[in-house]
Design a protein. Structure first.
Length: 175
């Protein structure tokens, strides 16, 4: 797969799509590992910027996959990565949903649903950790990230205000 970037994108993202329990953001650590550490398609800064751009864009958070694919192989890379990330999951979800409704009263169904919640939260937490470690280039940025996380968790302050304050500190040159 290393010789053909489109084949590599298709293979990695098709497999990754099946393990992205909780959505594309749950797979961010593995995307980072593949795109930055294994394949060297981009550096930490480019990955963090791609994630930020994907989050600012309207629509699904899977846009980061499209941006990685575009970075690797232009429009064809964007298309291949997006289809590879969405296709297998859509087919699996369609098949499972056809059977899932038949067992709506089964006790094992509730156990599976209940078990997937902590798995999803753990994967998303790992994603936050990877992104924070990539984006925080100094101790001040790490402190702001930590304070923002604690305030967002402990209060009902809208996180957008926290992001705006952190962005203002960044623009002021403090970070």
């Amino acid at each position: 797969m290393n010789g053909n970037p489109l084949l590599a994108l298709a293979g990695y993202f098709a497999l990754l799509s099946l393990f992205a329990v909780g959505g594309a953001n749950a797979a961010i650590p593995e995307m980072h590992r593949i795109a930055v550490e294994v394949m060297g398609w981009m550096n930490d800064r480019q990955f963090a910027d791609s994630f930020a751009l994907a989050q600012m864009s309207p629509g699904p958070n899977v846009i980061i996959v499209t941006l990685i694919g575009y970075h690797v192989a232009g429009l064809s890379g964007a298309a291949v990565a997006t289809v590879a990330m969405c296709g297998p999951t859509c087919v699996l979800a369609y098949g499972v949903s056809r059977v899932w409704d038949r067992f709506k009263d089964a006790p094992w169904r509730m156990a599976v649903q209940g078990g997937l919640v902590p798995v999803s939260l753990g994967l998303i937490g790992a994603s936050a950790f990877v992104l924070a470690s990539v984006a925080d280039r100094n101790v001040y940025a790490a402190a702001i990230t930590a304070v923002t996380a604690v305030v967002a968790f402990a209060t009902r302050v809208n996180p957008l205000w926290l992001f705006a304050a952190a962005g203002a500190l960044g623009l002021s040159g403090w970070l």
